[in-house]
Structure formats: structure tokens, C-alpha cells
Design a protein. Structure first.
Length: 266
């Protein structure tokens, strides 16, 4: 059973199970937790954020039960590598591989990416699924393009056969970036609004921009010729009671947990 608060793609891909978790539905941050650990309540899926290991194991077990297959978590490094899942990735002693996206043609293996402000994108194609962790570095570097290419190669399909869904990330009114991010996407920092970047100055008078991750991702997916693109519209930083947010750590001083976007073939 999926928790009623989790996000579900509104697409016609009936041959897959897919969702994105929120803070709801787990066991972290209970009455015995330290003050810092209470910030991880309740469905934290990250192992390196100060949570009790037993909590993370149980939280991941609940996600596995909900998706109906084994979710393979990655060692995410803000890169563009795509891992094709194989049976050995689900072994109990398997170490997470360094990658920021995965694809699967096996119903027993679910693709999973963890986020806490970065954009998760789920993909459903004929006989293949995929998941990508698209922070600004990976997005600019081509992680979405690499994921689609790997799916097409594995399933002998074309991009128009694939549907994409964008989960929750930091929204365009909150994602403050500098000129380095504009440069990564080929935009010139001319101290004015640009496509997907809205100019403003911060309290120190420095030039900053608000970046639209959803818009940047949608533009790239549409350029690939993806058959249908949906999702987006949430803001993890603006809804701390529902979503984990890495940037919100600066607001409340507590460690942020991790959510996951998960997909598998039925």
C-alpha cells in the first residue's frame, strides 16, 4: 500500500508502479530520538544523515513493499553516469555503485534515486523504466539525455515511446544560484532575466538568480522528443512539513533526511 501523502505520476503508463516518497510513513524521529534526529521524521531513507540505521532499514523496507520489487539505491555523486540494473545489485552485501541514474528491464529490480531539493525524474518506456537524479550539475551535464539513450538502447525504442515524470524539487521562487550555474547552462550573466533564470540582488547587493529546475528539465526532455512530460510544481524548500530539504537545514539547523522517487516494471 502506498502512503496517501506520497506523490504519484499522473500518466497513462499502466505497466509500471511509480511514486515519490515524502516525509510521511516512516519510523524516524520518534520519541526516543535526539533533537537533531527529530528533524529526520519520519520516512528518512538516507544512511548518512545521522539517523539510526535500524530506522533507515525499516523505512527502506516500507518503500520496497510499496513498489513490489527491490529498489536499488545508488551512490549519487551529482554526475551523469547511468547504471543498468542487474541481479547482483540487489544482493544483501552489494555496495551502492557511483551513478546518478539507473534503468531496469527486470520487474524484480526497481530504479530509485534519493533527493532533498534536487529534481528526480522517472521514465517509463516499453519494457524499460528509469530514474534520474537531476541537480543542476547533473542536469547541465546531460544525465537526462544519458538516461533516455540507455533506455532506448536497452529496449530498442525511441524517445517518443517514453514518458517522463518530474517529482518534487526546490521551486523557481526559492532556488537561488550564482553566475556559475548560468554558465553551466550556456546563459550569460548580464544582470537581467534570462530564460529559466530570474535576476535579483541578495541582501549584500550581489547579483543572483532564481533558477527554474523544472523548466530547465522540461526543455531538455522536449528537445529529446520524449512522448509525454508531466509532473513538477512542488517546492521542497517551501513545504518543510511535507518534504525534506537540504537547503532548509540553514533555516532550522537540523539535518535533512532523504526522499526517494522509485519505479519498476510490473
Amino acid at each position: 500500500m502506498l502512503n496517501e501523502d506520497w506523490l504519484r505520476p499522473a500518466w497513462s503508463a499502466s505497466h509500471v508502479d511509480a511514486f515519490m516518497t515524502t516525509r510521511a510513513g516512516g519510523v524516524s524521529g520518534g520519541p526516543q530520538a535526539s533533537e537533531e534526529q527529530r528533524g529526520l521524521a519520519s520516512l528518512n531513507l538516507g544512511r548518512s544523515v545521522g539517523d539510526e540505521p535500524a530506522n533507515v532499514v525499516e523505512n527502506r523496507r516500507r518503500v520496497e513493499a510499496a513498489v513490489g520489487g527491490h529498489p536499488v539505491f545508488l551512490k549519487q555523486v551529482h554526475g551523469t553516469t547511468v547504471l543498468r540494473l542487474r541481479a547482483e545489485h540487489a544482493l544483501p552485501d552489494a555496495a551502492p555503485e557511483a551513478a546518478d541514474a539507473s534503468i531496469s528491464t527486470d520487474p524484480a529490480l526497481a530504479c530509485a534515486v534519493m533527493v532533498a531539493d534536487c529534481l528526480p525524474v522517472l521514465f517509463a518506456g516499453p519494457g524499460v523504466v528509469g530514474a534520474a537524479h537531476a541537480g543542476w550539475r547533473g542536469l547541465a551535464g546531460g544525465v537526462l539525455e544519458n538516461t533516455v539513450a540507455a533506455m532506448c538502447d536497452a529496449a530498442h525504442c525511441v524517445p517518443r515511446d517514453i514518458s517522463a515524470w518530474m517529482g518534487a524539487c526546490i521551486g523557481p521562487d526559492q532556488f537561488e544560484v550564482g553566475a556559475d550555474v548560468l554558465a553551466a547552462f550556456g546563459a550569460e550573466p548580464l544582470h537581467q532575466d534570462q530564460p529559466m533564470f530570474r535576476f535579483q540582488r541578495n541582501e549584500q547587493g550581489e547579483a543572483r538568480w532564481r533558477a527554474d529546475l523544472y523548466g530547465l528539465a522540461r526543455r531538455r526532455l522536449e528537445a529529446l522528443g520524449i512522448g509525454a512530460v508531466s509532473g513538477g510544481g512542488w517546492c521542497t524548500l517551501s513545504e518543510p512539513s511535507r518534504f525534506f530539504s537540504f537547503r532548509h537545514e540553514r533555516v532550522d539547523g537540523l539535518r535533512s533526511g532523504r526522499m526517494a522517487a522509485v519505479i519498476r516494471l510490473r
